[in-house]
Design a protein around this ligand. Structure first.
Ligand SMILES: N[C@@H](CCC(=O)N[C@@H](CS)C(=O)NCC(=O)O)C(=O)O
Length: 209
């Protein structure tokens, strides 16, 4: 049985749930993290010593790191399709998954934490301003990429669309982003397609919490 631990308010849990739904897999999910707790129990720490969500258990194979879980599931169930076999195609997709984790996500993290997780009276507007400024060039770069490419990894949907779709779901949900279609038409075109995928329901249609 495929099982995930993690709350659906986490961007990283959203990725693995969307991947499993996209692949048509039967799975269970148990809430964990933030107010759900569980992540610091000995059993959970035995699965993920980082005390973070998500964790996956696939018939005894335990894995943490959301993008690694997405890669694993796509390689296991969609080799040559969501997980490209051609090496340049595969690493084109891999590169954008790494960029999501190491470039655009850290840039936008403070704005998200401040606006969504921090009470109004404790909010640091300087942190928000710096996070917005850091994210704008990344969104510009992403928009230019999607002007040339139908999907993140090329001409078809691959594993690389999943982490970025969850990233944009989070960014578009923040209070500053009322007119993204004007500023980022190509991200908007692509994200509209992601939202229309039946398997993204229950993930990209969630409101930020
Ligand atoms: N690089 C890790 C990051 C995991 C992570 O930071 N998870 C956050 C939620 S997005 C978390 O566990 N926060 C603490 C909590 O929910 O208790 C991954 O992609 O899986």
């Amino acid at each position: 049985m495929l099982k995930f631990w993690g709350r659906m308010s986490s961007i990283n849990v959203k990725k693995v749930v969307w991947a499993a739904q996209e692949l048509g897999l039967a799975f269970e999910r148990a809430d964990a993290g933030l107010h759900f707790g569980l992540t610091k129990t000995p059993t959970y720490l035995g699965m993920n010593p980082n005390a973070l969500v998500p964790v996956m258990d696939d018939d005894g194979f335990v894995l943490w790191e959301s993008n690694a879980i997405v890669r694993y599931l796509c390689a296991k169930h969609s080799l040559g399709n969501f997980y490209p076999l051609d090496l340049p195609q595969r690493f084109h997709a891999e590169r954008w998954m790494d960029w999501q984790q190491t470039a655009i996500n850290p840039a936008g993290r403070d704005a998200f934490i401040q606006w969504v997780r921090t009470p109004l009276e404790q909010r640091d507007s300087g942190l928000i301003a710096r996070s917005l400024a850091a994210t704008a060039p990344k969104l510009g770069l992403l928009d230019s990429h999607l002007a040339q490419s139908a999907f993140m990894g090329g001409g078809q949907f691959t594993m690389a669309d999943i982490p970025m779709g969850c990233e944009i779901q989070r960014w578009w949900g923040l209070p500053h982003a009322q007119t993204p279609a004007l500023a980022y038409p190509h991200i908007t075109r692509w994200y509209t397609q992601m939202r229309a995928r039946p398997a993204s329901q229950g993930v990209l249609d969630l409101t930020l919490a």
